[in-house]
Design a protein around this ligand. Structure first.
Ligand code: S3P
Length: 171
């Protein structure tokens, strides 16, 4: 199976869509390494994403995100989970399109909200009404996410293993 993977598979989609969980499962299923752009950024900066947003600002974070994605796309084929905003920048979409294959993990806003509402690690949702913020981000991003090469639908009743098989089939 690993020999089949010629390009890095880049998982894109909203926070809470399950990119990290499905990415980890896919990497085991396909026998290729798993990479996570947020984790790489945190490692290099020795700070959490929330701290980076707070201290250095979102623009700084987005530049680090582009650098990390570019570096990881230069490596051997892998499964790369990206932060929810990564696919919005044209420069990122271009390099992902040229050097990888993008898969959108789609999920409805109800599912996303149920997964993120008790977490405190998403700086973009630190607003007076985080649910409304999530909905606004979702609406704004949907047309851009639709530019991904392939898409699979996440549902609360699907186990991670089922999602992994859906992605494998889509590849
Ligand atoms: C972001 C999503 C986060 C993280 C950062 C910004 C976004 O990643 O990159 O907080 O813009 O949607 P997850 O999608 O893994 O939560």
């Amino acid at each position: 199976m690993a020999a089949r993977l010629k390009k890095t598979v880049v998982l894109v989609g909203m926070m809470g869509a399950g990119k990290s969980a499905i990415g980890t499962g896919l990497s085991k299923r396909l026998g290729v390494p798993f990479r996570d752009s947020d984790a790489e950024i945190e490692l290099a900066a020795d700070r959490t994403i929330a701290e980076i947003f707070e201290r250095d600002g979102e623009a700084f974070f987005r530049d680090r995100e582009s650098e990390v994605i570019s570096r990881l796309l230069d490596g051997r084929p892998a499964i790369l989970s990206t932060g929810g905003g990564a696919f919005l920048a044209e420069r990122n979409r271009r390099m992902i399109h040229e050097r990888g294959v993008s898969i959108l993990l789609k999920a409805d806003v109800e599912l996303l909200w149920n997964r993120v509402k008790h977490k405190t690690n998403r700086p973009l949702l630190r607003t007076p009404n985080p649910r409304a913020t999530l909905e606004a981000i979702y609406a704004e991003r949907a047309p851009i996410y639709a530019k991904a090469d392939l898409a699979v639908q996440a549902r609360s009743e699907y186990a991670i293993s089922e999602m992994v098989e859906q992605v494998v089939k889509a590849l």
